[in-house]
Design a binder for this molecule. Structure first.
Ligand code: FNR
Length: 416
């Protein structure tokens, strides 16, 4: 029998911890270095307090959110909550991204598919049916532009509407939870569908194989060394059997997450490859928001990757407060989105009051997935949507456009 689902976000985390293997749970739970920034993300919401108004007729409410207003890409979402991109979902539940795609369609929440998925772009599109879907790109290095073009073509053909380009992970951060557990799913071929299923990647890989001058013995030796690492989830024999897949997976990692950084001028290339709105994910400063305006993209997602990249960075909500207050950003028409630490309806309202049009949520629905697959994801989003709608009414708000900084009081120290 599936576990009884709680309505408390903290309980989702606790339940997930009980049902999935430790290294898998820690991959999702963990953050960079001291985890300070993830903690800051969550705690920031305690410093911004709502100022509710009474005797407002909020019997009818409209939670729809308009994005990219005034551009050719203007769109309306039923709710301001999206399922943010999360890689390797199979490590939490066997139904992985397909379960999330089905749940998202059921509750009317747009799904942002990660480049590091364990299902193909097309499989997720099919599972998502008539749902709204966006595609997140881990941008391959410049030498693999064919791969970028091919992936974006496929995403477009499969009905993904918005391109979300992640700017903060050209190199994975120092993540002690994963280092101690000696666990990184990508190494085992998980989360590599972007490459393994892609014709451009396969051509690139064949080329790499031709240029690989190592002997068969040397290649076997490499696989053997991997099998003998602490924390190896497969036995040595299995590693030898899967060696070709693992080699391929490593090539995907190398193409996408190689420590080869992109620069602002490269955005032009993406604009040529993607016919639709582009959102830059991982912006944390007003200066970079200005660069995004200059680059001519439609939106930015204020995010620090859930504290998983730069440890010690400011809370994402504080970054949003700065960016959302900037005069040039406000007059530019750039759509602001937000993620990092959203756990309740009040959190959603606070981010909107600071200038976001909509928010991404990540870890909570991964915990829902771990606990009860599709039903767990549906439950998490239903709770968040109901909580948001309820809080809006109780605070005297009928529409997201009625929220502003006037509705917040900022405390200098976190409330205990
Ligand atoms: C992520 N995140 C992420 N972001 C991205 O652009 N591509 C990805 O593949 C992933 N993968 C991923 C895996 C896991 C396990 C986590 C927890 C996060 C980052 C994610 O989209 C988002 O920015 C933050 O996680 C948001 O913070 P919360 O909601 O988790 O606090």
């Amino acid at each position: 029998r599936p576990p009884r689902l709680s309505t408390k976000p903290s309980e989702w985390e606790a339940q997930a911890r009980r049902v999935v293997p430790k290294p898998n749970f820690y991959y999702v739970f963990g953050s960079a270095s001291s985890c300070d920034t993830h903690t800051a993300n969550v705690e920031a919401f305690k410093r911004y307090r709502l100022r509710p108004h009474m005797l407002v007729n909020a019997t009818r409410r409209d939670l729809s959110a308009k994005l990219f207003e005034g551009t050719q890409y203007e769109m309306k979402l039923r709710h301001p909550i999206l399922a943010g991109p999360v890689g390797v979902q199979e490590i939490m539940h066997k139904d992985a991204e397909e379960a999330v795609a089905r749940a998202c369609e059921e509750v009317g929440v747009p799904m942002v598919l990660s480049s590091a998925a364990t299902r193909t772009i097309e499989q997720v599109a099919e599972a998502n049916g008539n749902g709204e879907r966006w595609y997140q790109l881990y941008w391959p290095r410049p030498q693999a532009e064919d791969l970028t073009a091919s992936v974006l073509r496929r995403a477009k053909a499969a009905g993904y509407k918005v391109l979300v380009v992640t700017l903060d992970t050209f190199m994975l951060a120092w993540r002690p939870h994963d280092l101690d557990g000696a666990y990184l799913p990508f190494i085992w071929g998980q989360g590599c569908q972007i490459g393994l299923s892609d014709p451009a990647f396969n051509r690139m890989y064949e080329e790499m194989q031709k240029n690989d001058t190592r002997t068969r013995m040397e290649k076997l030796r490499e696989a053997w060394d991997m099998a003998n690492r602490p924390g190896t989830p497969f036995g040595a024999l299995k590693v030898l059997r899967y060696a070709p897949l693992i080699r391929k997976a490593r090539a995907v990692m190398e193409a996408m997450n190689s420590g080869t950084f992109r620069e602002w001028e490269h955005i032009e290339v993406l604009k040529e490859l993607w016919d639709g709105p582009i959102v830059l994910k991982g912006i944390q400063t007003v200066e970079d928001a200005h660069r995004a305006i200059d680059a001519g993209v439609q939106g930015i997602l204020v995010s620090n990757h859930g504290g998983r990249q730069v440890d010690g960075a400011i809370a994402s909500l504080d970054a949003l407060a700065e960016i959302g207050a900037d005069a040039r950003v406000k007059s530019s028409g750039l759509t602001l989105l937000f993620d990092g630490g959203i756990r309740t309806g009040s959190d959603v309202m606070k981010a909107i009051a600071l200038g976001a049009k909509a928010v991404f949520v990540a870890r909570p629905y991964m915990y829902g997935l771990a606990i009860a697959g599709q039903e767990g994801v549906r439950h998490v989003f239903k709770c968040l949507l109901a909580d948001t709608d309820n809080m809006m009414a109780n605070a005297g708000k009928r529409a997201l456009t009625e929220l502003s900084r006037e509705d917040l009081r900022v405390l200098q120290v976190p409330a205990k």
